[in-house]
Write a protein that binds this ligand. Structure first.
Ligand code: ADP
Length: 346
């Protein structure tokens, strides 16, 4: 019992002689144990203090950026997108901060785009509405001849038509922009579909003393497309050919396929698109030089609608234009062609 007794004792027997008792003073053991205990206590204390300090430092390091991110998201929620979280590395927190920064700049961009879009719409609507009001006031005058009245009424009709087209185009874009916009694809016999379109569009060309020539494969091909959307694409492109071509010219609608993809090409001999306009014609509300000059142009939304619809079909649209030969738009609808096996299984 070294804790309570002054000595520890060992006893050894020596055969036939007796016993040897050995005594060891327990003071030195107790001093050693006390010293060791002191060391353990101090080490434990230092470890505990260090652990607390590290926990505090770590939580400050983690919580501070998290708090900043929380503040940033509250700021975004209240509509202020001018936030910029500092770069805190490439770990999970750093990636989260970068994503929040990206989200804010995307939202800022969307906000700017939206206000610009609204400003353009109101400008686009204001002009024809001003005409409508002005000519309606003139038509009300008593001393107007019948010819003059007819002239002003036809302008009113024309402007009302413009507003109608603009609103329809905007409605179409709003539908495409909607979250979850879905294509209604069906299996369609290509030649029947194109013949139907030819029949539908030809009168508009004849009315302007123009010709619509259609070239398409003679064999039966089935395609998987949203026919209403493809009709809308062709309508917009053919309508442009009508608007930007002179009388007695010809527009060709050429259709062909490879094993998987469907190609639609519209070739006109119209005024062509100036080189400086070409990179911008698919932007919303962009009108080329000619359409501004001659007031022929529509809303400037037609081609942006076509582009969105082509994208929704997983396709591509390209344009080539030249003021001498006219304009060629080519649409490629990826994977639209069904081979016999697909037709059977779909
Ligand atoms: P718009 O309603 O003005 O026709 P679009 O988006 O359909 O708007 O076309 C954008 C611009 O591209 C037009 O303003 C016009 O300048 C040019 N453009 C489009 N198609 C043709 C074409 N077939 N021939 C000449 N210019 C064209």
């Amino acid at each position: 019992d070294w804790k309570n007794q002054p000595y520890i004792v060992t006893v050894s027997s020596i055969p036939n002689q007796g016993y040897v008792f050995m005594f060891q003073n327990t003071d030195s053991i107790q001093t050693l144990i006390d010293r060791l205990n002191n060391h353990f206590f101090i080490t434990g204390l230092i470890t505990a203090i260090l652990t607390i300090v590290i926990i505090i430092l770590l939580s400050i390091a983690l919580v501070r950026p998290l708090n900043k991110m929380k503040e940033a998201t509250i700021q975004i929620k209240s509509g202020d997108f001018s936030i910029s979280l500092p770069d805190i590395g490439n770990d999970e927190l750093g990636k989260l901060a970068k994503t929040i920064n990206l989200l804010a700049s995307e939202l800022m961009h969307l906000k700017e785009e939206r206000s610009q879009f609204l400003a353009t719409i109101s400008h686009e609507l204001r002009t024809p509405l001003t005409y409508l009001k002005g000519y309606a006031d003139i038509v009300q005058r008593k001393n107007l001849s019948i010819e003059e009245r007819d002239k002003y009424l036809s302008i009113i009709q024309e402007e009302a038509k413009r507003i109608n087209t603009l609103v329809e185009d905007l409605f179409e874009l709003a539908k495409i922009d909607q979250y979850g916009f879905e294509m209604k694809k069906q299996t369609i016999q290509l030649s029947e579909f194109i013949a139907h379109l030819h029949h539908k569009f030809e009168p508009a060309f004849l009315h302007q003393s123009m010709r619509l020539h259609v070239e398409m494969p003679q064999k039966d091909i089935n395609v998987n497309i949203d026919s209403a959307r493809v009709e809308q694409m062709l309508y917009n492109l053919l309508d442009n050919s009508l608007k930007y071509s002179q009388t007695a010219t010809e527009t060709t609608l050429k259709i062909w396929t490879n094993t998987k993809d469907l190609y639609l090409r519209i070739i006109d001999n119209g005024s062509g698109i100036q080189e400086k306009d070409l990179p911008h014609i698919f932007k919303r509300f962009y009108r080329g030089t000619y359409s501004n000059d001659s007031c022929k142009g529509g809303s400037g939304l037609g081609l942006s609608i076509v582009k969105e619809l082509v994208n929704a079909h997983n396709g591509e649209i390209t344009v080539k234009s030249n003021s001498k030969t006219g304009t060629t738009f080519t649409i490629m609808l990826k994977g639209a062609v069904l081979n016999e096996k697909d037709t059977f299984s779909r």
